[in-house]
Design a protein around this ligand. Structure first.
Ligand code: GAL
Length: 305
């Protein structure tokens, strides 16, 4: 039985899943879903836009991509007002990768202040996939602003951070250090002046595939896609890969992650934001098809695993 896109997705305790702006990791036969826990009342939107206080990063685990067990808040907010994970801050779009060399799980997330002018990225590590994660540092790639972000590990073990930079105008692709815990010093500007957010990257059939949104805050816009022979480009844009009802606004969604299952299928994960009540934001997961040199994401009413 699948998870319907018009219904609230619940964990094995029957509680709504809180894993927004998230991503998946497959490790030792188990899928881990990490995302923002937004299970709080929205703050009044008149001052800083629609937001909830930071609670932390949730983790859920599954063996079938349908039945999710809550593993708790694996990187919780800090009660220290000076800490970048204080509830008054912004901690978004967490992604976790596994480093074979150190055998550690490394989380990268967008760290910001309420006005989104800090524009940095946070790094946390854990010895086990379900944490606990220890916050290591807040950094900026090449000292530049970094907002929406994702991390991708290539087949050769190199890891890459994709982030909105130059006030979201450009995507900055930064190589991570061998332990995945900082930047290696190699930075590339791609999609210059294309104004993208919500990046997701996957390798499929020897090429790199990219999914993103435009920049309209919590409101949906047409998705973007692109393909490249090298992770640092040149990237060729392919347009909106979505087809079906409301595909012109990405089915009322914004991308968050591309995941390749162990048997080679590619899943596109989206958030369907409810900005007036962010804790009620929904999830939409759809299979990605690769046809005629392009990428196609067709609407389906449910995620079937
Ligand atoms: C979106 C972004 C979200 C969040 C939101 C705040 O564009 O993708 O992660 O930052 O803006 O308005």
């Amino acid at each position: 039985m699948g998870l319907r896109h018009d219904e609230i997705w619940r964990d094995t305790d029957g509680r709504p899943i809180q894993a927004h702006g998230g991503g998946l990791l497959y490790h030792d036969g188990v899928y881990y879903w990490y995302g923002e826990n937004k299970d709080a009342e929205n703050r009044p939107a008149d001052t800083v836009g629609h937001r909830v206080d930071v609670i932390g990063v949730s983790c859920y685990s599954s063996t079938d991509l349908l039945t999710w067990t809550n593993r708790g808040v694996v990187l919780p907010a800090s009660d220290n007002p000076d800490h970048d994970m204080h509830p008054s801050k912004v901690a978004e779009r967490p992604k976790v990768v596994y480093c074979n060399t150190t055998q550690r799980f490394v989380m990268w997330l967008h760290i910001d202040k309420q006005d989104y002018r800090q524009a940095a990225t946070g790094v946390a590590v854990a010895d086990e996939p379900a944490g606990p994660f220890r916050y290591l540092q807040t950094i900026r790639p090449a000292g530049l602003d970094s907002r929406d972000q994702t991390v991708f590990v290539d087949n050769d073990g190199s890891a890459w951070h994709f982030a909105s930079s130059d006030w979201n105008a450009t995507t900055l692709v930064s190589r991570l250090s061998d332990d995945y815990q900082s930047f290696a010093g190699e930075f590339h500007r791609v999609f210059v002046d294309r104004k993208m957010e919500a990046h997701a990257v996957i390798e499929h059939d020897g090429r790199y595939w990219f999914l993103a949104s435009g920049c309209t805050g919590w409101d949906p816009n047409p998705a973007r896609s692109a393909v490249a022979d090298s992770i640092i480009g040149p990237w060729t844009e392919l347009g909106n890969p979505c087809t079906g009802p409301e595909s012109e606004i990405t089915f009322h969604c914004q991308s968050t992650f591309l995941f390749r299952t162990p048997d080679g299928r590619v899943i596109a994960m989206f958030d369907r934001w409810v900005k007036e009540e962010l804790r009620s934001s929904r999830y939409v997961w759809l299979p990605v098809e690769f046809a005629d040199g392009g990428m196609v994401i067709e609407w389906r009413d449910s995620w079937e695993g």
